[in-house]
Design a protein around this ligand. Structure first.
Ligand code: UDP
Length: 342
């Protein structure tokens, strides 16, 4: 019997890598995406990796009638809910768009799960719910949440609360928040990777686009933070490792009736911006044009995961390194450049 998993936002960066990992582990993902923020080339990439095209339903996750029809069509074992807007800066200018899409999408998913008795949900949350951690920068799931600095961050903060409250009302559901740290890298095949829309906000695509010449210069936001080298520290997790965490999460949920869990998905190690730049330059042999600039408003100084719970509960830990990530991200960028030349 097919084990159908609904993957909302399955054509996105983390979603597409998770689709691959699901197939590799015996699940049948149903990729739901309306492609408003995803590139259709990802379908070719997935087909190349999987040897056949995954099942795709082009539906807006907020469309009540449309999503209900998808739940009618497939007997889902579980749902992985990625579909959401994710640009921090944009969310400050367009908060209503973010609250509408990110919260209504989640509510629509949960409503259908209740109506169709689909038990297992993995929700894409983020370490942004910790805000700027007070004191220790290595955060466990017990570290108190702080108010995030953007409406995007609040959609994850409130999303987690919606899930917790839904669990209290429907305790036979199995619900899990995965708090991602900073996803980077791409699939080794270079068939799928990240497609930033417009100018990237995130560090890794900014580095690779600068190295390839799409962007002129990388600005390192601030060199006066109280860290080893004055630049901010994050926990950069390879997207292929992150994708596999979803498979482990699902298999845990399938075995544990009536559970609600929140789990950090990171490497457990922090890296500074300069360390990432140095890794990129030394692993790829590319010289990067970069300079220090002013701090970016809203940036957290330092945060990295305590990833013990993921290991103990899910049996998951990161395997790939920063070196793997910079090489894979660079190969992906080169592949995109080749495609554009054609
Ligand atoms: N960063 C930077 N220049 C850029 C983009 C990011 O110096 O052009 C820094 C940013 O200040 C932060 C780190 O890189 O310290 C990671 O930023 P990103 O936006 O990728 O992730 P987030 O801020 O969400 O952790």
């Amino acid at each position: 019997m097919e084990k159908y998993i609904l993957v909302t936002g399955g054509a996105g960066y983390i979603g597409s890598h998770t689709v691959v990992s699901l197939v590799e582990n015996g699940y049948t993902p149903i990729l739901l995406d309306d492609f408003r923020n995803a590139n259709r080339i990802v379908v070719d990439g997935l087909t190349q990796i999987l040897g056949q095209q995954p099942i795709i339903v082009e539906v807006d996750v907020c469309d009540e009638k449309g999503l209900k029809e998808v739940f009618e069509r497939f007997n889902f074992v579980g749902v992985i809910h990625f579909a959401a807007y994710k640009a921090v800066g944009e969310s400050v200018g367009e908060p209503l768009k973010y609250y509408q899409n990110n919260l209504m999408g989640l509510i629509n998913v949960l409503s259908n799960m209740v109506a169709f008795n689909v038990k297992n949900l993995v929700f894409s949350s983020s370490c942004t719910v910790y805000g700027e951690p007070k004191g220790i920068k290595e955060v466990t799931e017990e570290t108190p949440k702080n108010f995030p600095s953007s409406p995007y961050g609040f959609t994850k903060w409130i999303g987690e609360q919606i899930i917790e409250d839904t669990f209290k009302a429907y305790p036979s559901l199995n619900l899990m928040n995965l708090r991602y740290f900073n996803p980077v890298g791409a699939h080794k095949s270079t068939a799928i990777g990240e497609f930033p829309i417009g100018k990237p906000n995130n560090l890794m695509p900014y580095i690779t686009q600068t190295a390839i010449g799409k962007l002129e210069k990388l600005t390192v936001f601030g060199n006066d933070y109280p860290t080893v080298d004055g630049t901010c520290i994050r926990d950069y997790i390879h997207v292929v490792d992150l994708a596999f965490a979803h498979v482990k999460a699902l298999s845990f949920l399938e075995k544990n009736e009536g559970c609600f869990e929140t789990i950090n998905i990171g490497t457990g190690k922090g890296s500074s911006v300069l360390e990432i730049i140095n890794a990129f330059e030394s692993e790829t042999g590319q010289k990067l044009n970069w300079a220090f600039g002013l701090r970016r408003e809203g940036d957290v100084t330092e945060i990295f995961a305590n990833a013990t719970k993921a290991k103990n509960v899910l049996g998951w830990e990161s395997k790939l390194t920063i070196k793997d990530a910079v090489i894979d991200a660079w190969n992906w960028e080169k592949k995109l450049a080749e495609q554009n030349e054609k």
